[in-house]
Design a binder for this molecule. Sequence first.
Ligand code: NAP
Ligand code: HSE
Length: 433
Amino acid sequence: MDTIKIGLLGCGVVGTGVVKQLISNQENIARNTGCRLEIKRVLVRDLNKNRSLDLPRKVFTDQADDIINDPEIQIVVELIGGIEPAKSYILASFAKGKNVVTANKDVLAAHGREIFAAAEEYQKDLRFEASVAGGIPIIQPLKDSLAGNRIKEVLGIVNGTTNYILTKMALEGKEFAEALAKAQELGYAEADPSADVDGLDAARKIAILASIAFRTRVSVDQVYVEGIRDISALDIVYAQELGYTIKLLGVAKEVNGEVDVRVHPVMIPNNHPLATVNDVYNAVFVEGDAVGQTMFFGPGAGELPTASSVVGDIMAIAKHIRLGITGQLTGCTCYYNKPIRPIGQLNSSYYLRLLVQDQPGVLANIAGVLSQHQVSIASVLQKRTLGHLAEIVIVTHEVKEADFMASMAEIRELPPVEKVDSIIRVESTNSNG
Ligand code: NAP
Ligand code: HSE
C-alpha cells in the first residue's frame, strides 16, 4: 500500500485533534483511501511544550521550511490561524507542489482570491471544510451536492460564542456582560472576545459561504457587520412576546444579480428552524431553487469536531493524489463577478425600542416622521412607564433600510424622544432582500 506523507503547520486545539484522529482511525482511513497517511513533520512555535501525542519527538519542528521544502510531503495542513505567517506558508506550499488543507477563515476571507489563484497556477488541491462551522459539512455540500441549484439564500448561525451568549440571555434572563463572562469562564469566548461578539468571525465565515453559494468572490471587508453588544435582555423578552428569537446571523442572498451579504442580530420567527439552534451549536440554513429548504446543524468548533472536517479534506486529497487528479476538480468556483448590494438597499422590517416623554401627541409625532419616509407601522406597544417616560416598541412593515435610517435620524432629534434604545432587523423568511 502507498504511503502519502503529511506536514502539519500548527498543533494546537485542531492540530491535536487531527493527529489523534489520523492515528486512532488509521485502519478505516487506509481502507477508504487505499493508502496510508503518515504525519511526517509537525510545525509548532514552542518545541518544549508537552503535547501528549503518540508521535516521536523528532517529528516536531519549529522551522516551517522543514515541511515546505520536504519533497516527500504531498499534503500540507495549515492549522496556525491568522493571516501571517499562515498565508505565506500556504502560498509557498503550492509553489513547492503541495496540496493544502486549511481551517483558516481569517486568511481565506481576506486573501481567498490570491490563494485560489496559486492553487490553480500550480494545479494543486485546496480544501477548507473546517473554516466555516467547524465540524458541520457545509463547504463541500454547497460546492458539490447542491451545485445543481440556484441558491436563493444562506442564513447561518456560524459563531458559537455569540449563540451561547444569546441563548443564556434568552433562557436565563442574563444581561450581555454576565452571559459573556460565563462564556469566558467555560472557555468558549477569548479573553478579548471582540472578533466573536462584534461579528467579525461570523463575517469571515459568511464571506466564504457567499463566495461559494453565489460563485463570486466576496471578501470580509465587503460584509456589512454589526455585533451583539447592544442587545439587551429586555429586547429578547419583547422579541419573544412578539413571536421572535434574536440570533446573530450571517446572511447571504442574491437580489437582482447583486449579493446581499451581512452579519447582524436578527429577529427570526420562532417557527424558523434556526430559532431552536441553541448554546454553542452552529447551523446553516440553505435554500436552493431545486432542493427547497435545507439545514446543516452541529458543532461549530472544538478539537475533534473540527478535526473531523480537516481529516475528511485530507482523505479527499489523498484519493485525488492516487487518481492523479489533484488540482483539477476542486478549483475556485468564483467564476462570476457580482456586485455587492449596499446595505441601504436592504428591504427589511425593523423592531425599534425607544423612550419618549409620556404626553399626548408624541406617538403621532413619531408616526408622522415614519410616514414621511415611507415607513409603515405593523404594530406599536407601550411597554412600561418609567417616571415621566414611556417605553415604546414599534415593529414596521418592510421598508428600504436607507428610508428607515433616514426616519430614525429625524426621530432621534424630536424633543420628546429621550433615547432610541434598540433597532433590530426582523427577518421574514423568503423575503427578497
Ligand atoms: P491554536 O490552538 O492557537 O493552535 C495554533 C498552533 O499553531 C499551535 O500549535 C502553535 O504552536 C502554532 N503556531 C502559532 N503561530 C505559529 C508560528 N508563527 N509558527 C509556527 N507555529 C505557530 O489554534 P486552533 O484553535 O487549533 O486553530 C487553528 C485554526 O483552526 C485557526 O485557523 C482557527 O480559526 C481554525 N479553527 C479552529 C476551531 C477551534 O475549535 N479551535 C474551529 C474551527 C476552525 P504552539 O503549540 O507551540 O503554541
Ligand atoms: N470562535 C468561534 C466561535 C470558533 O465562537 O464559533 C472558531 O471559529
